[in-house]
Design a binder for this molecule. Structure first.
Ligand SMILES: [Zn+2]
Length: 327
């Protein structure tokens, strides 16, 4: 087992950020804001960060035989510590950094407070975010008092999960649309690179002309200024485009994974532990809009019906579900 050259720097960063900030949530937010994604291409969640911080592989100690699947629930649980087996692997972080993280972790109060499944995703039809208040298990809109019981919303989502799934041919069409978006972006990167080369060429030509006394110093300055401006714009643009391209490529992988997993997930939903449910919601959901007796779930991926090139936008598609109020 050797460190993955792409993943190792991110794992180091997770530890460094945690040692600095001491908050799992903040580490997840910073990584996501900087465009980092997990190995599967998903956004970092609290659970992912907690798991990475807990995993001693980073300091060169690889644990094996330390988890098993719960037979009844299918969930992932720790085995007794006495059964764990350790292997020595190349370390990617220092003992000092590991210890600093461990000491910061001790400062965190136990029981980090459960997040509600749809926290941050639940919106009222009136546009307000909906929150679960401490005294009742309902998402409530503070503006218009619209509400939905947490269990009802979860059931609507679960019931829709299987319908979110597209057929294999639709998934293939989606992948094609996404890869066309990648090709477009790649072409854009190439054209910016070509423009940049051209601008350098113009710059060189002007300079040669000036050196050969073909133009005056003032003429050189006047002609050269726009070329310099153009170059600096392109030089700013290029890294941004390259980052967007990476983001598109990562997005394809993560959505494909979510799509192919979803069929299975719909049937297993009831037995999934909270963090997994939350991660699924975070991976595929754009927003959930709760109306009067109706729930609209907008996903982050687009169906093949939407033309290529738009596949990267988060228009999603809407699964409108009638939801009968119980009582
Ligand atoms: Zn409202």
């Amino acid at each position: 087992m050797i460190p993955d050259p792409d993943e190792a720097p991110v794992r180091v960063l997770v530890h460094e950020l945690f040692a600095e900030h001491g908050k799992i949530k903040r580490v997840a937010r910073i990584l996501n804001e900087r465009g980092y994604r997990t190995r599967r291409g998903a956004a970092f969640t609290d659970t992912t960060i907690a798991r990475l911080l807990e995993d001693p592989t980073a300091k060169g100690v690889h644990r094996v035989n330390y988890t098993r699947t719960d037979d009844r629930k299918g969930a992932w649980v720790h085995k007794p510590e006495s059964e764990w087996v350790y292997q020595s692997v190349p370390a990617i972080i220092s003992d000092e950094l590991w210890d600093r993280c461990a000491s910061r972790q001790k400062q965190i109060a136990p029981g980090r407070g459960a997040v509600h499944l749809f926290a941050g995703f639940a919106y009222c039809a009136c546009g307000q975010k909906m929150y679960v208040w401490a005294n009742s298990p309902k998402y409530i809109c503070s503006a218009c008092r619209n509400k939905i019981p947490v269990d009802d919303l979860e059931e609507v989502f679960r019931a829709q999960l299987s319908q979110f799934l597209l057929s294999p041919s639709e998934i293939a069409a989606h992948a094609q649309a996404a890869s066309e978006a990648v090709r477009e972006k790649e072409a854009l990167v190439q054209s910016v690179e070509a423009d940049l080369k051209k601008a350098s060429g113009e710059s060189d030509k002007l300079y040669a002309l000036y050196m050969a006394d073909g133009i005056t110093k003032e003429e050189f300055a006047r002609a050269h200024r726009p070329v310099v401006e153009r170059r600096s714009q392109l030089e700013d643009e290029l890294p941004r485009l390259e980052a967007e391209l990476d983001f598109l490529k990562i997005g394809i992988v993560s959505r494909e994974a979510a799509l192919s997993d979803a069929r299975d997930l719909a049937s297993r939903w009831g037995s999934l532990p909270f963090p997994e449910k939350r991660q699924i919601i975070e991976t595929i959901t754009d927003r959930v809009v709760i109306g009067k007796g109706e729930v609209d779930i907008t996903l982050l991926y687009t169906p093949s019906a939407i033309p290529a090139g738009k596949a990267t936008h988060a228009q999603g598609f809407i699964a409108a579900t009638s939801w009968k109020r119980a009582g």
